[in-house]
Every structure is written in C-alpha cells, then in structure tokens.
Design a protein around this ligand. Structure first.
Ligand SMILES: NC(=O)c1ccc[n+]([C@@H]2O[C@H](COP(=O)([O-])OP(=O)(O)OC[C@H]3O[C@@H](n4cnc5c(N)ncnc54)[C@H](OP(=O)(O)O)[C@@H]3O)[C@@H](O)[C@H]2O)c1
Length: 267
C-alpha cells in the first residue's frame, strides 16, 4: 500500500510545519507528500527540504477549476486501489481584521471561499480515497469559538470549520476515519502580515501567542488518537470550556473591554 498526505497552505506557516513533521514521520510512515498553495517557488523550496517523495500542486483554492484538477490527480493516483490518502491537512486560510464594511466584498467573500468552501470541497474529494485509520485535520482557530468584532467574517468562517469538522467526525465514526479541528491562538506566521488593520488586530493580541511547532505536534497527536478537537494551549483549554457556558453577550463585552484597555494601557 502507498500512502499520501495532502497538505494545503504548505508553502508557509502552519502548513509548512505539518509538511516538516509528517516528513519526519510524526504521524507514522508515509510514502508521498502532496503540497498545495499558490506560490510554486515557495512550494519548491519546501519540497527541496523533504526526504519523502513529494509532489507540488500550485493551485488557487478559491478558483473552482482547481478542484477539477485535483479530483483528476487524486483519482489517477489512487486508481490502482493500492494507493490511498492517509492525511488531509486543510491549513490554507487567511483572515482580514477590521470592520466588515471596510474590509470590502472581495476579501470578505475570499475568506469564505478559502476558509470554508475549499475545506468542504477537499473533504468531499478526498474522503472516497481514505480508509480506516486515515485522518483529516482542519485549521479552525480560537477565533471560531465566539463572534469577534473586528474579525466578523474570519471568526464566523472558523466557527464553520469547527462545527463542520465536529459533525463530519461524528458521521464518520463507524469508518475508522477521524476529523480533528484545531483551535490555536495567535502564531507569528505570514497570517499576521496579511491580516490588514493593525489597530483591530492589536485589540485581540492580549490572548497571546503560541508556537506553530508545538501546535502541529499536539495536533498530530490528537488526530492519531482520534480526537475531534485540539486546543493546544492550556489557557485556551480553560477559555474553550468557559465559552461553552458563559452568555455570548457577556463574553463579547468582556473582549471589547479588555481589548480597549490593553490597547490603551499596554502599548
Ligand atoms: N497564524 C495565526 O495566528 C493563526 C491562528 C489561528 C488559526 N490560524 C489558521 O491557520 C491556518 C494557517 O495559517 P498560517 O498561520 O500558516 O498563515 P500563513 O503563513 O499566511 O499561511 C497561509 C497558507 O495558505 C496559502 N494560501 C493562501 N491563499 C491561498 C489560496 N487562495 N489558495 C491556496 N493556498 C492559499 C498560502 O500560500 P500562497 O500564498 O502561496 O497561496 C500559505 O501557504 C489558516 O487557516 C489560519 O486561519 C492561524
């Protein structure tokens, strides 16, 4: 049998770290790594550092024709029924901070296309080629656990990822395939460089940062164990539990107050 890991967002940040750790067999033996992002050059650089057989697929996952191309690649590769997809890692994503009306239609719609629609498309395409023991990891975020002013579409898109992953994992229970949604806090990756309004971002920085290497290591472990959600940091585990019982209006007001206070007093 020949196993494949498909990783989106593989050119940078969290996706690139998944490539690195899977290449070092953190998720068990693997025969092929398929790397997806738009930048061919960046994918080539990541592939050059891998010891596993690697394919690069420079695709824009907001373009519907990319899924047609990918469907053909996967069905051709798995046609012998000896090749299957062991891992699907949906890491490609972006977030724009700022007021909804100021972010603009293209970016708001783009976030939904990449963060939500592409995840659904990829799960649909890949699931027929998975088998018992295969794993899907979807990058959600702590931002998906509550409505976030100044990040309205992004937080809603990650809430979609979280709920979709949970429900899909339950639907797949009898197959031995598991879906894990991961909820990191901030990480210093390309994400922050492309997130737009520094003022809106600053108000949410008080929740703190974590390291992509730790996030990926803990997420792979959770996925291997078949857990539906991975909240990698200890403080956010507590916040995740608290958010399930606190009234949403109260949490939003507290976030606004802490964000305004820290921006004013700690910068
Ligand atoms: N960093 C954080 O603070 C943070 C926190 C929580 C959750 N997350 C989530 O973690 C995931 C990974 O983010 P990151 O931190 O690794 O950010 P990143 O360093 O900016 O990486 C984003 C990746 O997505 C790819 N990408 C962007 N647009 C694409 C498109 N249209 N089609 C295909 N690929 C595309 C980028 O490559 P190209 O530009 O070459 O296409 C890049 O490889 C995202 O889903 C993000 O929402 C991030």
């Amino acid at each position: 049998m020949e196993s494949i890991a498909i990783i989106t967002g593989a050119s940078s940040g969290v996706g690139r770290e998944f490539v690195h750790q899977l290449d070092h067999h953190a998720g068990g033996p693997l025969d092929q790594l398929w790397l997806i992002a738009r930048s061919k050059d960046a994918l080539e650089r990541v592939a050059a550092g891998c010891t596993t057989k690697t394919r690069i697929l420079p695709l824009d996952l907001t373009d519907p024709s990319s899924f047609e191309a990918l469907k053909k690649e996967i069905s051709d590769a798995c046609a012998d029924e000896k090749t299957y997809v062991q891992w699907l890692i949906n890491s490609a994503g972006f977030g724009r901070a700022g007021k909804f009306v100021e972010i603009g239609e293209a970016s708001n719609a783009g976030m939904v296309r990449l963060n939500c629609l592409a995840v659904v498309e990829l799960c649909s395409l890949v699931l027929p080629y998975m088998r018992s023991g295969s794993r899907i990891i979807n990058l959600a975020s702590m931002a998906g656990t509550l409505p976030l002013e100044g990040f309205a579409v992004y937080s809603a898109s990650k809430s979609f990822v979280l709920n979709f992953s949970h429900a899909l994992d339950a639907e797949l229970a009898a197959t031995g395939i598991h879906v894990t949604a991961v909820c990191p806090k901030w990480m210093k990756t390309g994400f922050l460089d492309h997130a737009g309004s520094k003022q809106s971002l600053k108000k949410m920085m008080f929740i703190g940062f974590e390291n992509p290497t730790d996030v990926v290591r803990k997420t792979i472990r959770s996925a291997v164990l078949g857990r539906g959600v991975c909240v990698p940091s200890f403080d956010m585990k507590i916040a995740y539990g608290a958010l399930a019982i606190l009234p949403v209006g109260f949490v939003m007001a507290a976030m606004r107050f802490i964000g305004d206070w820290t921006t004013e007093h700690l910068s």
